[in-house]
Design a protein around this ligand. Structure first.
Ligand SMILES: [Zn+2]
Length: 248
């Protein structure tokens, strides 16, 4: 199973070539994408044809995790003949919010699929388990593994409580974890993690590897990786567009 970081930016970036959250997971001929934030579609297309993805999973309703569904929908509808289709599993209310925003009923109908709940999805050779996390309405983290049951990848989505991630983790997994606050002090009632919180989750879940993501430049990504490595004790990577990690 291979992870490719398509995008890792938080809700904004001041750099080109820095898409927001989007992660491709491939196993043999099966491919899923977790989140598709702004700028992610073109970055994904440089790695793999978007229409060849078996399913897209959206972690929650904040647009830096799904805004390029607009671009993907238009590409599938108007950029392909006949129109293409990709499965979409998103949080409850995602579809109705797009309908309201675009003023068009059924805007995402070309991307059919059930809403994400606390459940398990089988997509080709991949198994995706969703677990609610503390963040915004209908927010989930995901664990992806192969149907052979090898080590998995746990993606935090956005998450305000590191302890929410631990029940999803199995010893030896890779934790791909948001650390929006980086090395700064977390603001009360803004549901994100620091680098030390992410390291705590990696240690508590007996992860083999921690990949930090979603850190604004002003919140010290490099210092966050150093602090997390000291706290976690295992391998720590910083997500960047194009980073590929084999998970086995
Ligand atoms: Zn969010």
């Amino acid at each position: 199973m291979k992870l490719t970081v398509v995008g890792r930016a938080p809700a904004w970036t001041m750099r080109r070539d820095d898409p927001s959250s989007s992660y491709l997971v491939e196993d043999g001929t099966t491919a899923i994408v977790m989140d598709l934030g702004q700028g992610a579609l073109g970055a994904l297309a440089e790695v793999r044809k978007p229409e060849s993805v078996d399913a897209i999973f959206v972690s929650h309703l904040h647009p830096d995790h799904h805004a390029d569904l607009v671009a993907l929908r238009h590409y599938l509808r108007f950029g392909m003949k006949p129109p293409g289709s990709v499965r979409l599993h998103g949080p409850g209310e995602l579809r109705s919010r797009y309908d309201a925003f675009l003023g068009e009923a059924g805007f995402l109908d070309g991307l059919p699929g059930e809403d994400v709940t606390a459940s398990t999805f089988s997509i080709g050779s991949l198994i995706v388990q969703a677990r609610p996390v503390t963040h915004a309405l209908n927010s989930h983290a995901f664990r992806v593994t192969t149907d052979g049951g090898a080590n998995g990848l746990v993606y935090s989505g956005d998450c305000g409580q590191a302890a929410d991630l631990v029940p999803l983790m199995v010893a030896g997994d890779t934790l791909l974890c948001e650390a929006f606050w980086g090395t700064t002090v977390a603001e009360a009632n803004v549901q994100h993690l620091t680098a030390i919180d992410a390291a705590w989750a990696a240690r508590a879940g007996r992860a083999e590897r921690l990949i930090l993501t979603h850190i604004p430049d002003a919140h010290d990504p490099a210092g966050s990786a150093t602090a997390a490595a000291r706290s976690f004790g295992g391998e720590v990577l910083l997500a960047r567009p194009g980073l590929q990690v084999d998970i086995a």
